[in-house]
Design a protein. Sequence first.
Length: 535
Amino acid sequence: MMRATWRGLPAKRHEVGWEPGLTVSAADGSPLITDHYFPRAEGDFPTLLVRSPYGRGLPWSPQYGLLFAEQGFHVVLQSCRGTGGSGGAFDLWRNEAADGQATVSWLREQPWFNGTLGTVGPSYLGYTQWALALDPPPELKAMVVQVGLHDPYALFHADGALRLENALAVGMGMTYQHQGMGPFLKATLRLQRRLRDVITARPLRGAYVSALGGEVPWLDAVMTHPDPEDTFWRGASSAESAERLRVPTALITGWHDALVDQTFEQYDRLRRGGCETALLVGPWTHTSALQQGWPEVFAESLAWLRAHLCADPAGLRPTAVRVHIGGEAAWRDLDEWPPAAAAAPWCPVPGGHLTQQAPTDSAPLASFRYDPADPTPSLGGPLLSRTAGPRDNSTLEARDDVLTFTGPPLTEPLDILGPVSARLSISTDTGHADVFTRLCDVDPQGRSINICDGLGRLRTTEGVPSQVTVAMSTTAHRFAVGHRIRWQISAGAHPRYARNPGTGEPPVDATTFAPVRITLHTDSALTLPRSSGLT
């Protein structure tokens, strides 16, 4: 079934054996239920540790247990504390470092463990890897973090704004996926049916209960702590792992992955610290990287693990970075990321145009009215759900609460590689608003396709222009001849982000809304990293 689903997988090297339901003692003594997959062959084989809160069945058993074992690895697939039959209570981050170390101690006692260890896995399975790497055991020789998490705060909040859709998706996944596909699919359908009631509730706090089938205490906690400096988040981020890590680490993500920015942060930290690392960025979302993208993801992962656990570097590519170029639908190998690029500001001017001529003043340029009772909807982009990815934004851009500024048709290709940002000069009539800014590619037929975006929280004095810089993620995209650059600006993307009530109240507690008039001033700019490095 796996080989019928994914074309291009490598040939099987070994038959696979399976020891299910082994018990490993967690740091607090709780039993961690663990499955062991192994090659049915004589000889020593390295071990891969895969720690998951999502259960040990589909898709983890075939994609990680079977596929890697048949390539010559012992695979230890373990359910995190409080999930998948493991004892104790699940906590979103507080137990993973200690439980990972306890599992390595157990491995040292196994007769088949040869002292060479690697880790692999996506999403929260990436977090469990970073947690182990806070104090890497001497046996740990390689890591492969796929669409991985290291900072829970950034998963749930952006500049203090709640990532509502992420919160609901993670709450549902963490609560039900480890129970098996049946309960998980039932919970998914229930959330879809009741989603509108949840996202429009006043107050938002606790509204998820009917959709998720009960209270989820840790979800309440993450939704109601928007300040990254709050003591609640102390110890949540495992970013410091990458600052001093010496374990060779491969990073894999997609341009529309909800965790793409975290992957680039991991890469930057590893590179600055001198750690051997590789980066693969495909045309994927969080879910499609493990579905349509799995042949490339698996090949990259397998090559890295063989090179560093089996002394077999034959499968490694010659460059540290490989990225997929949007708009061209081609792969490019690069020595580093981001490549050298010149910052190219594009400025909005009257009439909805975008130009490279800098403004000479800070006059009001355009305004719109944002009504939290009828919030600007989200469309595509980096999400956890299947609605993620590139979409035609034309209908969205026809709304009165969305501004667009569009450049002229290009007479030669324009390559953008690296981080994109926006500097906005904005005034409001209430002092309370968010700003959502997006880069789009408009083709000759008028389709406006989102490339990257970001949201910032405005903190303004009523009527007085304030400057806010919004990071709009990172991209590798070619604007073809005849295409146009479009800058889209609005005051939200709901339910991707919880709507700003316009009153200064926390969005989770607001029961009243106040519309806000938002005015964009001419001293604003969209900054694109223009590269000449593609051929």
